[in-house]
Design a protein around this ligand. Structure first.
Ligand SMILES: Nc1ncnc2c1ncn2[C@@H]1O[C@H](COP(=O)(O)OP(=O)(O)OP(=O)(O)O)[C@@H](O)[C@H]1O
Ligand SMILES: [Mg+2]
Length: 229
């Protein structure tokens, strides 16, 4: 079975622990080479392309902590992402010459994830939830076409969760970005997803509109029976 993800839509990828959701993300973003099958991005075959090239083509993934420069401040972390994007020369940012402009844009991304008050904090000393918000700010700064979120609110406190969910729904509302979301919380999936894809034992077993998929016996048994939250 193959899957297509359309710009302007959010697809939730669900399945029990160990179903292969993160592995599927790794195949799409290029962290793992595919042993068979194809990955196409805007019609182009990227199956043999490494992760850095896929990032340049517009695949953006929030990596748990591995993207952060732990000894730099929150603002510096985002500023470097803004600069990387500017240097890639694919956006208006390329015309920015001043450091001040880069910082101003970095601040805007921090504001979107509600981290403004922590701008001068060293990344390593942030709480887990704040580090995850910082990853999302970095992801926003890279301006990808495809946003991949793997359990973005895992480990966040209840008051932090809505910030990230609002942000994801705003990205979707832009109308031109493709959003893939791995999420265990069914209420989140219900409220954000246009479509659900179900993975089970490494296979894509179902896909469709949320209500339709949630009602499927395989989802009721295989997924909801062991859901975490
Ligand atoms: N299609 C597959 N064929 C063989 N092994 C697979 C396949 N998909 C996943 N695996 C293996 O199954 C294990 C768990 O997969 P993965 O981490 O992707 O699960 P997950 O759905 O993200 O689970 P969780 O909800 O716990 O994060 C990994 O060791 C992975 O290598
Ligand atoms: Mg996983």
């Amino acid at each position: 079975m193959s899957c297509e993800f359309q710009p302007g839509t959010l697809t939730a990828i669900v399945g029990p622990n160990g179903a292969g959701k993160t592995t599927y993300f790794n195949l799409i973003s290029g962290q793992l080479p595919a042993s068979s099958g194809q990955v196409l991005l805007f019609g182009e075959d990227i199956t043999r392309m490494g992760a850095p090239h896929r990032t340049k083509r517009g695949i953006g993934r929030a990596f748990q902590l591995t993207n952060l420069f732990p000894r730099l401040s929150v603002l510096e972390n985002v500023r470097l992402a803004v600069q990387a994007r500017a240097n890639a020369g694919k956006s208006l940012l390329v015309t920015w010459s001043s450091h001040v402009e880069l910082i101003r844009h970095a601040e805007q991304y921090l504001e979107r994830v509600a981290l403004t008050s922590k701008r001068d904090t060293i990344a390593a000393s942030l709480s887990h939830g704040d580090q995850r918000k910082l990853e999302v700010a970095i992801l926003l700064a890279l301006e990808p076409e495809v946003f991949m979120f793997d359990e973005p609110t895992a480990g966040m406190s209840v008051d932090e969760v809505p910030v990230i969910l609002d942000l994801i729904s705003h990205i979707k509302a832009q109308g031109n970005k493709t959003v893939l979301l791995v999420e265990h919380k069914m209420d989140v999936v219900r409220s954000l997803a246009d479509r659900i894809v179900v993975l089970h034992q490494g296979q894509l077993v179902a896909e469709g509109a949320p209500a339709e998929v949630i009602a499927m016996p395989i989802v009721q048994e295989a997924y909801l029976g062991v859901a975490r939250g």
